[in-house]
Design a protein around this ligand. Structure first.
Ligand SMILES: [Zn+2]
Length: 166
């Protein structure tokens, strides 16, 4: 396994839509495992392939309930239903040093493929729901800072430049 380099805002790849995976092969499984390793290394709870420079629809997540590792790898993840909404503080390994409250659905239904090729459909809420919505947004080239109002976004971008000496 390998620790991959994380692309940082304003890298263009973070604004680009990732492509659907027609077939899972060993190379993609290796990539997803490296993504998981990279996410753990940087203490993240989720990671999308755009963030390590690959335009492929892969997300990994682990909210580590009870401190135990419980990794989730999904290929071609898709949200089929969502309910309610709430605000939660979000940060991003690609936008380091800042965070903001973002409004998203509370509960979602996500479908996708597991590394063994099995199709799954899961209903999630709480932090995992939040993480998966954030990561699936990445696959569509959307960062969480695009999900706040214009004034807040302007402030966040200013703070980001300051914190990261840009
Ligand atoms: Zn992110």
């Amino acid at each position: 396994m390998a620790i991959l380099k994380i692309k940082k805002y304003p890298d263009k790849i973070l604004k680009t839509k990732a492509e659907k995976i027609p077939r899972i092969d060993s190379k993609l499984i290796k990539l997803s495992e490296d993504m998981l390793e990279t996410m753990y290394f940087f203490n993240g709870v989720g990671l999308a392939a755009n963030q390590i420079g690959e335009l492929k629809r892969i997300v990994v997540a682990d909210i580590r309930p009870n401190g135990k590792k419980k990794p989730l790898i999904l290929f071609n993840p898709e949200i089929s239903a969502s309910a309610n909404s709430c605000y939660m503080e979000e940060g991003c390994l690609s936008v380091p040093g800042i965070s903001a409250k973002v409004k998203r659905a509370k509960k979602i239904t996500v479908s996708g493929m597991m590394p063994d090729g099995k199709e799954v459909k899961i209903e999630v809420d709480g932090l995992l729901s939040r993480v998966l919505q954030h990561e699936i947004d990445h696959l569509d080239g959307i960062l969480y800072i695009e999900r706040v109002n214009a004034i807040k976004r302007w402030k966040l971008k200013k703070e980001y430049s300051k914190v990261n000496n840009l």
